[in-house]
Design a protein around this ligand. Sequence first.
Ligand code: GLN
Ligand code: ZN
Length: 767
Amino acid sequence: MAAMLSTSTIGFPRIGDQRQLKFAMESFFKGDSTDAELLAVAHKVQADAWNLQKAAGVSLIGLDGTLYDQVLDTITWLGAIPPRFQALSGLQRYYAMARGGTALDMSKFFDTNYHYLVPELGPEVLAPGKSSLQPDFSGPLEKLARGQAVVGREHAVPILIGPVTFVSLSRGCELPLGEAVSRLLPAYCALLQQLAAAGAPEVQLHEPVLATSEGAELRAEFEAAYAQLAQAAGTVPLHLVTYYDDIGAAYPWAVALPVAAVSLDFLGPPGAAVPSQTLALIKQHGFPSDKRLGAGVVDGRSVWKDDGTALALLRELLDAGAVSADRLLVTSSAPLQHLPYDLDLELAAANTAAAAEPQLPPALAARLGFAKQKVEEIVSTARLAASPGDGSVFKAVQPREQQVEDHRAGIAAEWFSRPQSFEARREQQPQFHDFPTTTIGSFPQTAEVRRLRQQLKSGKLTQAEYEGLIAGHIAHAVGVQEALGLDVLVHGEAERTDMVEYFGMQLGGMLFTRAGWVQSYGSRCVRPPLVVADIAYRGPMTCWEYKVASAYTRKPVKGMLTGPITILNWSFPRKDISRAAQAMQLALALRQEVAALEAAGCPIIQVDDPALREGLPLKRERWPSYLSWAVDAFRLCTGVAAPHTQVVTHLCYSDFQDILPAIDRMDADVLTIENSRSDNAMMAALAAAGYGRDIGPGVYDVHSPVVPSVEFIKSRIRSFIDSGILSGRYDRVWVNPDCGLKTRGWPETIAALRNMVTAAAEARAEV
Ligand code: GLN
Ligand code: ZN
């Protein structure tokens, strides 16, 4: 019997199988528990995760685990503490950086839906000539000691975010990137020496930035940094770990960096149009014979069980002779933190659920795999790959070349376009005075509204009773808007828990889990839906609330839908068909909803696609293909609207300046867009680009409870005027908040909107 290949893990869910760490954090934040109590839970959660990996038979276990965020952990041990936190210490300082009024900013981690805390490396932290780093290695050393106690010395592998990735995730640094990295290196080198002295069998340095276009340009910075790191590490092997996609053009020099092992992503993001090129790169350039290769062949970002691809990739790798079996490590394509903990928990939860709730069909469950199952796949793949076998267990590998796919196949070309041009149809749409006012859709989701949903679920309310009460909330929201004098009203979204879930629950082909929690950031977890079959439209989803709202007012009420790209980007996609194909299916279903709203008399339909930008591939050369199908999906969804129906879209969560042509191609009649936090940058970019359709740049930030003054909002409107946008067609410049108001309370919402309406009226009188 041949021995099995070696195995390695590079990350695991950190929040606990029952979300213990989330609840422990929340209790700690409320002041209901002590430091020691919180740490006890955190350490137990980590020990459980490491034990699980050990029990599965993993040889090199990455010691994942964090009290909030791994980037914040790095900030902490490096001592890259912004001045406003320097007077604090310990957990108090750690959580002050994570949350509250002066916390660090949060941003999406690469192309995942995980949010990290953005390091601030301004001159106070990394000044030219001096640096105020105060490294403290106690965290990583203590974690290694605990890991060693749990899984044994030879299996316990520290994980560090690599210095180049760390700096590239940061903000405010005035030094060139390479220089900033070199400032951090003394701390990295000293820590590596201490980890080595403590008996680490190797140290993982995670550098996912290598998978991005920007990372591929950082050869000199990587070479300089890793030369120093390798020297400092001495005899402890360094393991460079990359993921979220292949490393493309960086491959030849990145695998030549002075490290003992390199882990690569063989799969790329699920459903990507361009599959990972890792295998092709290895075949083309070879792999250094003095290094170990971590083959990320088990899909770490997909909830689907391996279908034989992992083994087939390994077999092809071995057959190509690029690397020998004794130098191969089997691992996941990405850290498993983006997956739910364990499928068995979902099955157990399904067993105890009320009979009326939808069940996870057994045939489907058999095809799923969450983080625990992926760890088991890593080990079983390593075992099978090393056994001589007859080859029949290996699935023939599909040619993994880039395919030019026609996602529009089978859909009539004219469905992707409105029947008339913007200028022609705009004349037929509702007309308004200068600076018309509106909101983005949701009104405060009060505890009372949430309680109603709970009571419906638990059977305390009948469907009819529930609808009656929701209608009351809609009436209230409409009444408030009438009283404030807004021009275009919304129903307020009281019936929606979440803008994706509300639609996913009503469409065929999407599945919602009970226990499939994934950490979104810190103490917040989400349960992303799974696309499990072809999407089917089952009937109107939003017409009832439109009709209820419009019965209470003579003013136009906007219909409110979530767009196809946002639904897809916030779900786990299928693997058997491309994301583009899934987007088209969603678009076809939502298109029927647009038609249904129009038939119900709705004059203005808003299709929110705030996650459009989040789906961009990490490599710029792959942007055009993504944007092509993503925008096509939006157009397919809205193309059915008659010329007299005004189509609105809403974008937020990112800066969109670099994809203006794509936004233009969406061909929405009105674009409402987050604008105020970026200090009008979006507005200025649209004006500069000569964007010609109606625009509603947000006039105030909805994330803050501060009520913006009339003067403040007026200054915003004046800046729109000054920008020359729409050449004085102020009836097409909308005044609205940055985003929905669901996280706000009623008093501040009413006060802010009152000021907004007043500011618009005063601006109107001035022009
Ligand atoms: N219509 C949604 C709301 O107002 C839009 C939310 C969003 O853009 N994230 O809540
Ligand atoms: Zn928004």
